[in-house]
Design a protein around this ligand. Structure first.
Ligand SMILES: C[S@@+](CC[C@H](N)C(=O)[O-])C[C@H]1O[C@@H](n2cnc3c(N)ncnc32)[C@H](O)[C@@H]1O
Length: 160
């Protein structure tokens, strides 16, 4: 199963971008996939519409057009908070059910369109606090790397 990280807005070159790349590179085992078949990062431009609602609607439309067919996970602070092992197991179930792709969506400054969030297969929260999109992308990349290690029995993850 391929994994897509789709973000509204660009992440500038620098340490945050390098950290994301480092975790995703580790997740594919330096060319030898640990548990998932690969990772793509898609960056879509922020809408320039005048209202927050229409910006979010434009961004949701662009996301629907860009994402591969498959599971959608929306990242939102009001979503479900789950542990690393249940998260990895859920991804493993989607993979074993033959789902070809799972996309993880990080919103822009206005957040994600409510209808898009409602239609998602999972709404995932990294705590009720709002984090900057750069940190969310780094945390997501690390959890996806951790997932590959949990699914493949690699010792990086030391759960109970
Ligand atoms: C700066 S936040 C935008 C917050 C926006 N003002 C709102 O009310 O939704 C940018 C994106 O980061 C992600 N994000 C921020 N905090 C998060 C959290 N605690 N858990 C999951 N995703 C989060 C969401 O995808 C959000 O759309």
């Amino acid at each position: 199963m391929r994994i897509t990280i789709a973000a509204i807005g660009r992440m500038k070159a620098g340490p945050e971008r390098e950290m994301v790349a480092r975790y995703l590179d580790r997740a594919i085992g330096g060319g030898k996939p640990l548990a998932l078949t690969g990772f793509d990062v898609i960056e879509l431009p922020e809408s320039r519409s005048t209202s927050s609602a229409s910006r979010k609607a434009d961004e949701a439309k662009a996301l629907r057009a860009a994402l591969p067919e498959g599971i959608i996970v929306a990242l939102d602070e009001r979503g479900k908070s789950i542990g690393s092992e249940p998260f990895a197991k859920q991804i493993g179930r989607w993979r074993d059910d033959g789902r070809p792709a799972a996309s993880f969506i990080i919103g822009g400054a206005d957040g994600i369109d409510p209808a898009f969030v409602q239609a998602a297969d999972l709404v995932l929260s990294f705590s009720p606090m709002v984090w900057p999109h750069q940190l969310v992308r780094i945390m997501l990349a690390e959890q996806l790397y951790r997932t590959t290690t949990i699914l493949s029995g690699h010792p990086y993850h030391r759960g109970d």
